[in-house]
Design a protein around this ligand. Structure first.
Ligand code: ADP
Ligand code: MG
Ligand code: MG
Length: 209
């Protein structure tokens, strides 16, 4: 059908939680190098709280993403909670009308990214989650424009996210705690770009057919 169901989207969120749990120590180690060593535990705590709200499953994408966003904002103390929370809170309204196809998911992801940018004021190249999300969404849109369905767009987006994450290594951080290190923040991967890549990879895995 080419349409993405509420079950697919719930599977995405669960897959994201599982990936964060699996990579929790790695995320915290990355944050120990240029931050305060809590990114893995922040994200794991938030997503465990999120998954606890998914039974019974929300009835619509709008309801799902509102709950996910509110739960992250209220259960994660660090910068990442409000930023990921805003991402999901902006996605919901973008999916409240019409069929959820690859283009609609792309537009909703874009609305989420715009929320992160307006809340955190970071730009591409500031060594944040945006460095993974922005190229991922560009790849999603390019794939859809070339006629791809959601599964294929998500594969392209996941590859672009991983490249963007890897590209944060040489960068000097200009936002968040890592920016306190100045030049010493270079030479390390950004933890948030790493978790954002897990987010897009989880979407790819949830949409795999
Ligand atoms: P905290 O820094 O408060 O301890 P976390 O460790 O959970 O929060 O999250 C850190 C991550 O948040 C960073 O690696 C970065 O990707 C992201 N981040 C921090 N500030 C911003 C911002 N202003 N805009 C976008 N992302 C940001
Ligand atoms: Mg931290
Ligand atoms: Mg912290």
């Amino acid at each position: 059908s080419g349409l993405i169901s509420i079950d697919d989207l719930v599977r995405w969120i669960r897959a994201f939680r599982d990936a964060v749990q699996q990579h929790k120590d790695e995320l915290t180690r990355l944050d120990s190098e240029i931050g305060d060593a809590d990114h893995g535990s922040n994200m794991a705590r938030g997503l465990d709280a999120v998954v606890a709200t998914l039974d019974p499953a929300p009835a619509s994408p709008a309801e799902l993403f509102k709950t996910v966003g509110m739960t992250l904002v209220s259960s994660v103390g660090g910068a990442s909670g409000p930023l990921y929370g805003t991402f999901f809170l902006r996605m919901g309204p973008a999916l409240s009308a019409g069929n959820v196809d690859a283009a609609a998911v792309g537009a909703a992801l874009r609305a989420g990214l715009e929320g992160v940018v307006s809340r955190g004021k970071a730009e591409l190249g500031d060594k944040t989650m945006i460095d993974a999300l922005s190229p991922a969404l560009d790849a999603w849109d390019a794939a859809v424009a070339a006629g791809a369905g959601a599964a294929e767009a998500a594969r392209a987006a996941a590859e672009a996210a991983a490249r963007g994450r890897d590209g944060t290594e040489p960068l000097v951080a200009r936002k968040g705690r890592a920016s306190y290190l100045g030049e010493r923040s270079a030479g390390r991967l950004d933890p948030g770009a790493t978790s954002a890549t897990l987010l897009i990879e989880a979407l790819r895995d949830a949409l795999e057919t």
